[in-house]
Design a protein around this ligand. Structure first.
Ligand SMILES: NC(=O)C1=CN([C@@H]2O[C@H](COP(=O)(O)OP(=O)(O)OC[C@H]3O[C@@H](n4cnc5c(N)ncnc54)[C@H](O)[C@@H]3O)[C@@H](O)[C@H]2O)[C@@H](O)CC1
Ligand SMILES: Nc1ncnc2c1ncn2[C@@H]1O[C@H](COP(=O)(O)OP(=O)(O)O)[C@@H](O)[C@H]1O
Ligand SMILES: [K+]
Length: 505
């Protein structure tokens, strides 16, 4: 499933029409019909539906939806909220078909009349503005949106809720608050961005018959479960522990043994053949009691945290993860710099090592093996010297820019986790829920990602699937055994058993 900006969507439209001769009016008919069929699944036959129709092509979709639902016997009032002169082009064509089909078109003259009608509506369909919105809403749209938002009716948006920008980064807007959005042809970026996604409610993408082979790729997709399952690494019957990779996890401190222990165990549960834990000696006992299957590489320490460990030998491993529970002292900075320069295998940098990375970032370009960064927005903001809110508003562009500039994979975590490859291509993983919003979930994720990389030929697939397995485990556990309140990171580690049993079979 592609994720597009407004500009990319207009380009798709242009290419579709130019390359195949498809008529824009036919696409509008397809869009209106697809939305109508989807909407029918939610509509009772006696429910009163009000469709609010604007000036542009989104309004054109509204005319098709109104006609289609009326043809199918539903109780529908179609309201054109702008003056007649504003309805032009394809929208006007469909307006004429609507009227010639014998249906009544209500026009917004007095707001009170619309207000009365809205009060008795069960469903309000917003076909006022789509991807063409520019700036804050102007009248009369603004007032109609306010009125619609006050009603108790179920609110459905066509393509995107009126007023919400299709792209990331825009924070000043007023918008229709949808319970459900039927998105046309391709997922718009704002449906995945924190400050805009709430306006969409639940959503679904409706196919309108665009010629998929001809459309330029935005190199930005949602990672789908079925596709993920197909590229999940299997277990060869003749394999031995060495075939599944030797992992090294580096981190931990006497006062923070949990993080590294959970990463290591998550890596083992996710199929790593051998896991070695490099941690200060004083943390070893606590870590070993949780992960009996791991071996240890004791690190020199001072007062429970890593001391000078720049000589540590990392040549024997197929993948390394560093940072979990490591602490932020200068000595660990030396260790991060040492690993960036010497690990000749995929290197995953998380948590405290990300903090250390800020003054080492220039070293990343010299790596010839894959480097993977797994920041949450706070860690990423620190790394790129931006505010957290700037990152959260524009996660796609910040992570694309960073990955391309430094030649790294960036896994920017959140409810929609964005995985960016060094060439800038992006996948979004939508699995998981707020049960994961608790300390330790990220440590488990690092372990899973490390193990997946050892077993997969493609770093991108490994990261996408690792994020998905992590999120699916939270979903599965909060369905059957836990609540989102009580779920712990250690539950995730154990829950991986069930995820692998059901998902990878
Ligand atoms: N392949 C496609 O992309 C298709 C797109 N279709 C629809 O077409 C829509 C895009 O159509 P348009 O480009 O006409 O854009 P819109 O329908 O979003 O509307 C643009 C109109 O809104 C007005 N407007 C913009 N900002 C405003 C503001 N802040 N306050 C008040 N009015 C404002 C403009 O003056 C213009 O008249 C999509 O969202 C989708 O619903 C469908 O018809 C089918 C095909
Ligand atoms: N509300 C949420 N919905 C879905 N996933 C979430 C949510 N909150 C957190 N997560 C996921 O949980 C993990 C948290 O990682 P992180 O913030 O690094 O935690 P920690 O460092 O405490 O272990 C990430 O994978 C993130 O995507
Ligand atoms: K809309």
């Amino acid at each position: 499933m592609d994720v597009v900006t407004a500009q990319e969507m207009y380009e798709w439209d242009r290419v579709a029409i130019k390359s195949t001769g498809l008529d824009g009016r036919l696409l509008m008919e397809n869009a209106g019909r697809a939305v109508s069929s989807d909407l029918e699944k939610k509509l009772g036959t006696h429910q009163r539906v009000i469709i609010l129709i604007g000036a542009g092509n989104n309004g054109g979709d509204g005319f098709v939806i109104a006609r289609t639902l009326l043809n199918r016997g539903y109780s529908v009032e179609a309201w054109q909220i702008v003056s007649d002169s504003k309805v032009e082009g394809d929208a006007r064509y469909h307006k004429e078909i609507f009227i010639k089909s014998g249906y009544t078109l209500y026009k917004l003259e007095k707001t009170d009349d619309l207000s009365e009608s809205l009060k008795s509506a069960d469903v309000i369909v917003d076909a006022m503005l789509g991807i063409g919105v520019k700036g804050r809403l102007r009248e009369p749209v603004k007032q109609v949106v306010e009125l619609a938002n006050e009603q108790r009716a179920f609110r459905v948006a066509v393509d995107l809720p009126t007023g919400v920008p299709a792209d990331e980064g825009i924070v000043e807007f007023d918008a229709f608050k949808a319970d459900y959005t039927c998105i046309i042809a391709a997922l718009k970026m704002s449906a995945l961005v924190e400050h805009t996604r709430v306006y969409y409610g639940e959503w679904k993408v409706c196919d309108i018959g665009l010629p998929v082979k001809k459309l330029p790729s935005p190199s930005r997709k949602v990672w789908q479960r079925e596709g993920g399952r197909r590229v999940l690494p299997g277990r060869d019957p003749n394999s031995h522990k060495g075939s599944h990779g030797k992992a090294l996890v580096v981190g931990g401190a006497a006062h923070m043994p949990g993080s590294i222990a959970m990463s290591a165990k998550a890596a083992l549960r996710s199929g790593a053949g051998l896991v070695t834990i490099a941690t200060p000696k004083s943390a070893m006992n606590a870590v070993a009691s949780y992960v009996q299957e791991a071996t240890f590489l004791p690190l020199a320490e001072e007062r429970g945290v890593i001391k000078d460990s720049a000589g540590v030998d990392v040549s024997a491993y197929d993948g390394v993860a560093i940072g979990m529970g490591m602490g932020r002292g200068q000595e660990s900075n030396n260790l991060v710099s040492h690993l960036i320069s010497t690990v000749k295998a995929p290197l995953l940098i998380d948590a405290d090592a990300l903090y250390q990375l800020k003054n080492l970032v220039g070293l990343l370009r010299s790596r010839t093996y894959p480097t993977i960064l797994t920041p949450h927005p706070g860690e990423f903001a620190h790394l790129v010297d931006q505010s957290i809110s700037a990152i959260v508003r524009s996660p796609f562009s910040y992570s694309r820019e960073f990955s391309k500039a430094y030649g790294v994979y960036t896994v920017l975590k959140g409810p929609a986790t964005i995985i960016t490859a060094p060439d800038g291509s992006q996948f979004v993983d939508l699995s998981g829920n707020a049960g994961l919003a608790k300390g330790g979930s990220g440590d488990v994720l690092s372990g899973i990602l490390l193990a997946m990389m050892l077993q997969s030929g493609s770093i991108t697939y490994a990261l996408n699937n690792g994020c998905m397995l992590h999120g699916l485990t939270a979903e599965m556990l909060t369905k059957d055994a836990h609540s989102m309140v009580d779920l712990l990171a250690t539950d995730l580690v154990e829950g991986l058993t069930q995820t692998f049993r059901t998902f990878s079979s």
